[in-house]
Design a protein around this ligand. Structure first.
Ligand code: MG
Length: 183
C-alpha cells in the first residue's frame, strides 16, 4: 500500500479509556463500575442516570487522562505504521471539561510514544475538518460540518460491534491491519 496519511484516534484506540474509567472508579468509590453490558459508545448511556455525575467527575479529575493504560499493542502498532512510511497523526477530541484533559493528552503521548510524537497531535472537536486518507477511530459514527476526506476504519470495541458497515481493525488481530505495513 502506498504511503498514506493515517489519523489515529487516541481514546479507545491508543489509550484504554474504558479500563482507565473502571480502575479509577474502583479506586474512588471502592466498587466496580455499575454497568452490566457495553452497548453504547458513551459509557453514561450504559449506566443509570444516578451515576452520571460520578462518571463525569472521573473524566474531569486531575490525572485521569495522563494515567490511562495503553491499549494492548497500540503503541507498537503506531510506531510500526510510521516506520512503514506512513504519515501518522493522532487525531483526538478533548472532552467538554477540557481543563486537565488537553494537557494530559499531550503528557500521555509524550510518555508512551515519546517526545517526537508531540508534533503529531491534532486536537479537533470536529474531525471532518482534518485531512487524511484513513481515520482509525472507535466511534461508530463520526460526523461534522464537512464531508470527510478520510475513510473511517472502525477500531474494534465491544460497544461498537453493531456498526457493520465499516472496515474493522484491531491491533491484536494483525491480519486486520498488516496490509498497511506492506509499503
Ligand atoms: Mg475514541
Amino acid at each position: 500500500m502506498a504511503s498514506k496519511l493515517i489519523l489515529l484516534d487516541q481514546d479507545g484506540v491508543l489509550a484504554d479509556f474504558e479500563q482507565g474509567v473502571r480502575q479509577l472508579w474502583q479506586q474512588t468509590y471502592q466498587q466496580p463500575l455499575p454497568l452490566k453490558e457495553r452497548r453504547h459508545f458513551y459509557l453514561r448511556d450504559d449506566m443509570a442516570p444516578e451515576f452520571h455525575r460520578q462518571l463525569a467527575q472521573i473524566y474531569s479529575s486531575k490525572g485521569f487522562f495522563a494515567s490511562l493504560p495503553p491499549m494492548q499493542h497500540g503503541i507498537s502498532a503506531a510506531k510500526r505504521l510510521l516506520e512503514a512510511g506512513h504519515d501518522v497523526r493522532i487525531c483526538t477530541s478533548p472532552i467538554q471539561d477540557y481543563h486537565y484533559c488537553v494537557s494530559e493528552k499531550f503528557d500521555w503521548v509524550c510518555e508512551h510514544l515519546g517526545e517526537d510524537w508531540m508534533q503529531r497531535i491534532i486536537l479537533a472537536k470536529d474531525k471532518t475538518w482534518v485531512r487524511g486518507d484513513i481515520l482509525i477511530d472507535d466511534k461508530p459514527q463520526i460526523s461534522g460540518s464537512l464531508v470527510p476526506q478520510w475513510q473511517h476504519w472502525i477500531y474494534d470495541q465491544p460497544y461498537n460491534r453493531h456498526q457493520t458497515e465499516l472496515y474493522r481493525i484491531n491491533w491484536e488481530q494483525p491480519e486486520t491491519w498488516s496490509e498497511l505495513l506492506n509499503n
